[in-house]
Design a protein around this ligand. Structure first.
Ligand code: PLP
Length: 443
């Protein structure tokens, strides 16, 4: 094998065939999906697979109740609606997350407010939470980012002190724990996604977990048009008692998620083993910063993130250019790397323009009329910006990939870091790193 970098015409270290795709389909999937087809029941809020998934997920997470939904995003919106977030309320979330952690507030006519992240965990920095609370704040949405729990104790304590609801965005953290307990069981409501990328996959779908009977009952109504069901006849009465939506899931995704749940722990263990191995080895390369997991957490590595530190690698140029150069060189070596979020969420055009419903200034205008101004200047989130400048996702830590692939990935890192000058010479090449859709079961 030539040691010339593939970006400069050398031979790549890794091939696409070295990667195996996610999710893993087993006979359990075929059996449960066939159960649906054989039953002839394909939908229904209390249909057998949906109900079984709700029982099994509540038992797994350790909550009293669970509701399935059509997506993680709808579970988040349902949670805000269930706890009574109103127009003009503010909802605080993390600056480094997926858009839905914030847009769920807009969907409830509330205003998202962002808090910067901790530079090691990439989760909301609890020491900056209190400064973001105003008289309008109603809820806080900590995000368990990339499979790692947010630092919940201080967040829960601050929320309690200020009378705020806590909605956990656990859409990336199925099976992750904080101080020995599974996330999604700490807040008023926990929310999960079942999309094809996630550690627990139903194709699409979501889960809403709670210990509260009140939020459960509200959730049931909100999930299905706000429509009441007659207590005696169990028939829908087509009398909406509250504002609701159509967020029901269906039997095929629920059956797939149930079958995948049978393998969640073993598949998470593979992610953890792959990640721990990569981290131990990558930490030896000056300029590579593997992900950090606090000792009281179990990180389930929905995404495996590394950061690049140019000065530590002996390069003193622009940090973003250095990341781009290394990312492109690794990608040309056949390593599936690439960014997920490219900017802090508040830097997105939606927040810069503050144009919401129908292109109007709602919901922000509601509070502006009271003299409140919202400023989403990205300069307020320097740690999230630093992360977005310097990180890349190393794809493929999911099962059934194992040590063989990890070793090839490590070889590629060593190769690139032994010739950073060449990588930097090619920083402007027209190369677009990232995983193909098929790696995550997408068409
Ligand atoms: C995936 C995800 C969601 C949304 O889930 P969908 O099922 O795609 O709607 C919300 N928050 C975070 C952090 C996510 O990663």
């Amino acid at each position: 094998m030539s040691s010339r970098l593939a970006i400069a015409g050398g031979t790549p270290v890794v091939t696409r065939d070295d990667y195996q795709n996610w999710p893993i389909i087993t006979d359990d999937d075929r059996r449960l999906v066939n159960e649906v087809l054989d039953s002839g029941i394909v939908a229904g809020g209390t249909a057998p697979q949906v109900s079984a998934l709700e029982r099994e997920w509540a038992a797994y997470i350790g909550t009293q109740h669970c509701l399935t939904t059509v997506s993680g995003t709808s579970a988040l919106h349902m949670a805000l609606a269930a706890v009574g977030v109103k127009p003009g309320d503010e909802v605080i979330t993390s600056a480094f997350t997926f858009l839905a952690s914030a847009s769920c507030a807009l969907h409830q006519n509330a205003v998202p407010v962002f808090v910067d992240i901790d530079p090691r965990t990439y989760c909301m920095d609890p020491s900056q939470l209190e400064a973001a609370i105003t008289e309008h704040t109603k809820a806080v949405i900590p995000v368990h980012i990339q499979g790692l729990s947010a630092d919940l104790d201080p967040i829960l304590a601050i929320a309690k002190q200020h009378g705020l609801h806590v909605i956990e965005d656990a859409c990336q953290a199925h099976g992750a724990t904080y101080k020995g307990r599974r996330v999604g069981s700490f807040g008023d409501v926990g929310t999960f996604s079942l999309n094809n990328f996630k550690n627990l996959c139903g194709g699409e779908g979501g889960l809403f977990t709670t210990d509260s009977e009140e939020y459960l009952n509200k959730g049931v109504l909100i999930r299905c048009f706000g429509d009441e069901v007659d207590e005696v006849s169990h028939r829908r009465v087509y009398n909406a008692s509250i504002l609701g939506y159509m967020y029901r899931n269906q039997e095929l995704p629920a059956a797939l998620a149930r079958a995948q749940l049978l393998h969640l722990d073993e598949n998470n263990a593979v992610r953890i083993a792959n990640a721990d191995y990569l981290s131990a080895e990558l930490a030896k390369i000056p300029g590579v910063i593997p992900p950090y997991c606090p000792p009281d957490c179990r990180h389930v590595y929905f995404m495996y993130n590394v950061r690049f530190d140019a000065p530590a690698a002996g390069e003193d140029g622009d940090r973003r250019r250095f990341r781009v150069a290394v990312e492109k060189a690794l990608y040309c070596e056949g390593v599936l790397v690439g960014q997920w979020q490219t900017m802090p969420v508040p830097a997105q055009d939606l927040f810069q323009s503050q144009l919401g419903y129908g292109g109007s200034r709602h919901p922000w205008a509601l509070n502006e009329a009271k003299g409140v101004r919202y400023n989403y200047d990205p300069a307020q989130f320097p740690v999230a910006q630093m992360l977005c400048d310097t990180y890349t996702v190393v794809h493929g830590v999911h099962a059934p990939n194992g040590k063989e692939l990890m070793d090839k990935i490590l070889s590629a890192f060593h190769k690139v870091f032994s010739d950073l000058g060449t990588a930097l010479d090619h920083a402007d090449d027209e190369i677009y790193p990232g995983a193909d859709g098929k790696l995550y079961g997408a068409g």
